[in-house]
Design a binder for this molecule. Structure first.
Ligand code: BGC
Length: 765
């Protein structure tokens, strides 16, 4: 079909207009259906199968397979989408082939992992979630979409909404932590940010919710590992964030690599059809993860033809990289293993996504060099990146108010992560402009002013074992090894520290120590860095640990011995400036943890919303014989979910309810007085938790049900009110019905999941 014909056709159908938004939507759906039905009627089986093929066109790969002969495949109509190809010029070139040299001239959809920003990179998702600021998170997704669409893209493989309670899993860095409610709210905010209110706009892109499903529950925290979970836990704890992001309008969803209760997600008909399509009513596009169809062979489900048919039959539409659909579906149709109608249905969903993005109207809508020059790395974007990074840092300890630092005297910046800019953006920052990302050393120099002298020494290598270091810096993000011995490096660092008034130790993980295929079993700060830290503390100088990490680490020793700990995650393009802002007190830290920090690895999985058990510990004790506990460590986390300090202090008082019991259809309100009792203006995230005390099933000891981030000046107080309805008390019962059960509840409000005020209430009939 020629482009001119498309345009004429579309002009004709767009001329019908209607005043009401609903009517407009119905009309445009109708127009789309007419258009796509017409197009499908002209397509051969091979052309339809071609639309289900998603190839990689760039350098960023996350598996051993890379697409080949892409250009000739496009010409043959064998490519529906491409990903990891960027810049308007390169995308235009590929699109031109599709819309001028193929029989039906169907445009290609262009995707990419735009996960936490594009060239302007924001903090890693786990860090972003610690801002507890939904509007800010939405804004980061909006900026990511503005930059990515200016560079030719129209589809992002984000948000990643996998709940994870296992920090051994490297990909905990890519999600919003352990909590179902917070994770759902963040998923929605990101979809809104990417897609805006109209997917066909030149600066909005289609979101892809991933990884469906339960990918974050991999056994023993080992990536790609098996998951096995009760339906009840799935429905109450793991599935809601996917559902919430889809309900927010996400146009696509990605299958996960893992096996779920014996059937891998990519071949799981219950998951992809019964739950996703029938129960949830999702009518967008289902794409696999990278070569996930082919991996069904290793899962033990059959040969390529068998597993490709299984995936299509399960409800998968588009096959990422593996080309199993391309090479076997025709044969499977001929042999009756799948029907042509199924191929047609999947093809229709691919075409619909393209239609909604406006690609049939203008296949080059997202290719605009001028926009790319103007929009990418705009000063406003960098400003938001700096603000966001500063908001994401979590102050874990600040004994004796070591922080904020004065801008006078001498500071020694020491550690293997002190003088690297490329380590700042963190996992999935393939598009990040590394030239723009300065080191912490440079950041401190730029922000300190003339009164502060800054000394520097590396102090240690990233890891003791060179082979481990190679694995932990696989994608070449610098961190070269220093050939000196550990003793020589520490001696130099100690001598440097002795000349300073205060020491900043920049330690932790490299960006490649978290993210995909980066699971760890030992979550301590690496041994050689710990030795360095101990030597620095021995100098008697006050030490501030600036911790780089993509996961909760085990910091028991550090918590007991280091006066100040600021967790800065991987903060993105503006990380160094933002860290300086917080260290010097220009910004008061306000981040709160969204994943529990355990005392040791043996406690994992450790999360605040656990069940009570039949033998809970008595309050105030940490061990009792024949109770649910350990001999060698208490059940407590090191830092609980929701925890994070400020340079100021907050006091919670006078928790009260509008009434002590309420009925379905009514509301109850809970109010608390929050006061800034310290010396600085600061932000506090007030958290509301509920416990269902008696139920037809065991219920968690606490569940987050609301939060509000509030800024108060020193001495200022504010009344904070939350409204609770029956809806907030609902859960999936044994029959998987979403119900609230009348009875006794407890409500908690406080500054984290551990420290809060509480009050009882009842739900009656
Ligand atoms: C990851 C996905 C990603 C895809 C495409 C896979 O290895 O699991 O999260 O979207 O690669 O890059």
């Amino acid at each position: 079909m020629r482009k001119a014909k498309y345009l004429f056709f579309l002009a004709a159908i767009f001329s019908f207009s209607s005043s009401s938004a609903q009517q407009k939507k119905a009309n445009s759906d109708q127009q789309m259906n007419i258009f796509i039905k017409d197009l499908l009627s002209k397509m051969t089986l091979e052309e339809k199968i071609g639309q289900l093929n998603l190839l990689t066109g760039g350098e960023a790969t996350t598996g051993s397979v890379v697409s080949t002969d892409v250009e000739s495949k496009i010409k043959k109509g064998q490519v529906g989408g491409m990903f990891s190809l960027t810049t308007p010029a390169r995308i235009r070139k590929a699109q031109e082939i599709a819309v001028t040299q193929t029989r039906l001239k169907i445009p290609i959809i262009f995707g990419q992992d735009v996960i936490h920003g594009y060239k302007t990179t924001f903090p890693i998702p786990l860090a972003l979630s610690c801002t507890w600021d939904l509007a800010l998170i939405e804004k980061t997704a909006r900026i990511a979409a503005v930059e990515a669409t200016a560079d030719g893209l129209n589809w992002t493989f984000s948000p990643m909404v996998d709940i994870s309670r296992d920090p051994r899993w490297g990909r905990i860095s890519e999600g919003s932590g352990e909590d179902t409610y917070l994770g759902s709210e963040i998923g929605k905010a990101m979809v809104k940010g990417y897609q805006g209110d109209d997917l066909s706009k030149y600066n909005t892109m289609m979101a892809c919710v991933k990884h469906f499903a339960l990918y974050g529950a991999a056994e023993s925290g080992r990536d790609y590992n098996t998951t096995d979970m009760s339906l009840n836990r799935m429905y109450n704890e793991y599935l809601p964030p996917y559902k919430a992001a889809l309900d927010a309008g996400a146009g696509s969803i990605m299958t996960s690599f893992n096996d779920i209760n014996g059937v891998p997600a990519t071949a799981n008909k219950w998951l992809m059809t019964d739950l996703l399509r029938k129960q949830w009513g999702f009518n967008g596009l289902v794409v696999t993860d990278y070569t996930a169809v082919n991996e069904l062979i290793d899962h033990g489900l059959g040969d390529l033809q068998t597993v490709s048919a299984l995936a299509l039959n399960a409800g998968v539409d588009m096959d990422m990289v593996g080309e199993g659909f391309l090479s076997t579906l025709k044969k499977s149709v001929q042999e009756g293993k799948v029907t042509e109608q199924q191929v047609t249905n999947s093809c229709r969903l691919v075409l619909e996504a393209k239609y909604k993005l406006g690609l049939f109207e203008d296949p080059f809508r997202y290719c605009n060099e001028e926009r790319a020059k103007k929009e990418i790395l705009k000063p406003e974007h960098l400003k938001i990146a700096r603000e966001t990074a500063a908001q994401s840092f979590v102050l874990l300890k600040n004994q004796g108010q070591v922080l904020p630092l004065k801008k006078t005297g001498t500071v020694a910046l020491i550690g293997p992560l002190a003088n690297t800019g490329t380590n700042m953006p963190g996992t999935w920052s393939v598009n990040s402009d590394l030239e723009k990302t300065i080191s912490l050393l440079q950041g401190l120099k730029d922000n300190a002013g003339p009164g502060l002298k800054i000394l520097h020494s590396a102090g240690s290598n990233l890891l003791t074992d060179p082979e481990y270091q190679k694995r932990a810096t696989m994608f070449g993000r610098d961190l070269p090894r220093d050939s000196r011995t550990a003793e020589e490096m520490i001696a130099e660092a100690v001598a440097t520290a002795k000349n300073a008034d205060v020491v900043i130790a920049a330690l932790g993980e490299s960006s490649e120590m978290t993210g995909e295929s980066s699971s760890r079993t030992n979550l301590d700060i690496p041994e050689n860095q710990q030795l360095l830290l101990k030597a620095l503390l021995k100098t008697g100088k006050p030490v501030v640990l600036v911790l780089f990490t993509g996961r909760p680490l085990t910091l028991k020793w550090e918590d007991e011995n280091v006066p100040a700990i600021l967790n800065v995650w991987f903060g993105g393009t503006e990380a160094a400036n933002a860290i300086s802002d917080v260290l010097f007190g220009k910004v008061n830290p306000s981040g709160k943890l969204t994943a529990t920090f355990p005392q040791n690895v043996g406690q994992i999985p450790l999360y605040y919303s656990h069940k009570n058990t039949g033998r809970p510990l008595e309050e105030g004790k940490w061990f009792s014989k024949f109770r649910s506990n350990y001999l060698d460590v208490s059940n407590e986390p090191l830092y609980p979910f929701g925890y994070g300090l400020s340079y100021t202090t907050f006091n919670y008082s006078n928790l009260r309810l509008s009434k002590n019991s309420f009925k379905p259809g009514e509301l109850i309100s809970a109010t608390v007085t929050l006061k800034n009792t310290g010396a600085y203006t600061g932000k506090e995230t007030v958290q509301l938790y509920i416990r269902d005390l008696v139920g037809s099933m065991t219920r968690p000891v606490k569940e987050l049900k609301g939060f509000e981030k509030i800024e108060l000046k020193a001495g200022e107080s504010k009344e904070v009110t939350f409204k609770i309805s029956e809806e907030d008390l609902k859960f999936f019962n044994e029959e998987l019905k979403f119900v609230a059960e009348p009875g006794d509840f407890k409500l908690f409000i406080g500054s984290n999941s551990r420290d809060n005020l509480e009050i009882p209430f009842k739900l009656t009939h």
